[in-house]
Design a protein around this ligand. Sequence first.
Ligand code: AHM
Ligand code: MG
Length: 333
Amino acid sequence: MSISLTRYLVEQQRAKGRIPSELRLLLEVVARACKSISHAVNKGALGDVLGTAGSENVQGEVQKKLDIIANDVLIEANEWGGHLAAMASEEMDSIHIVPNRYPQGEYLLMFDPLDGSSNIDVNVSIGTIFSVLKKVDPSKGVSEEDFLQPGTQQVAAGYCVYGPQTTLVLTVGDGVSMFTLDREQGSFVLTQENVKIPADTKEFAINMSNMRHWDEPVKRYIDECLQGEEGPRGKNFNMRWIASMVADVHRILTRGGVFMYPWDKREPGKPGKLRLMYEANPMSWLVEQAGGASTNGHQRILDIQPTQLHERVSVILGSKNEVERVTSYHAKA
Ligand code: AHM
Ligand code: MG
């Protein structure tokens, strides 16, 4: 018997008491929006969704048409349900407060509407990443400060990867579950529960073209992997780099591995490329819930107190023993 996302969430609410009905509604709406984005992605050149939009986001990155389409889909789907107070997105300068004409809820939704934008036009896996927080003080109006909570405060997080299959991966703090979109039924079906990342791995993911810019601990780690059987690790490593964090993390949740987008010397003032609120926090929680680890090299990502909405961070996540090794190299440096 197949279990739909709806049923899974009802059971999380009813039997486990883990999620209130408002959060269940919120997650259903996010899933519906992802379904709609998946359809847009599938149309490709037939749907006039490829190419750039001719605009830039707040971080000075060129926006693709699908970045904007996905952002609009998520905003429109979520603003009227009464479960949210506000939303924040990688593609919007500031927070989007639920308009006055709709009731306001207590949840805050953050998303990277289309992660892996450089892969859109070349038909490689891309995705949507999301994270849910609760307003600290429900009696006050909502502001940007409400979003600046460490990742440990997330009440739900997940991503949807648009690849050969469309897969939604979710945690509400009770392990990680995966749902595959059944296009004939139009619903997400539970296809894996209790996802676990093996503690050891022989696979790493990093953009090797930046090697000359890395810091010593990261250089050391990768250099030792590259030496293979003859080196200090005594085993051969394999490399994968999809350039879509959703797809790289999905592989790690499926078969293990370590993913890194570390700080580098290209722009020393920038802590990293990836965004804490829309990418690092949700992915770190999923990875930890699957038994893996996630750090910026010095601190657990989920413990970082954000100071800005669009803050960037260095990310090292995946198989526990490898992440601990990279962390120990940072401590020694
Ligand atoms: P995006 O959210 O604008 O798509 O940027 C984030 C992406 C990640 O998905 C991926 O890991 C990284 O950027 C790839 O960067 P690079 O092109 O430097 O390899
Ligand atoms: Mg992204």
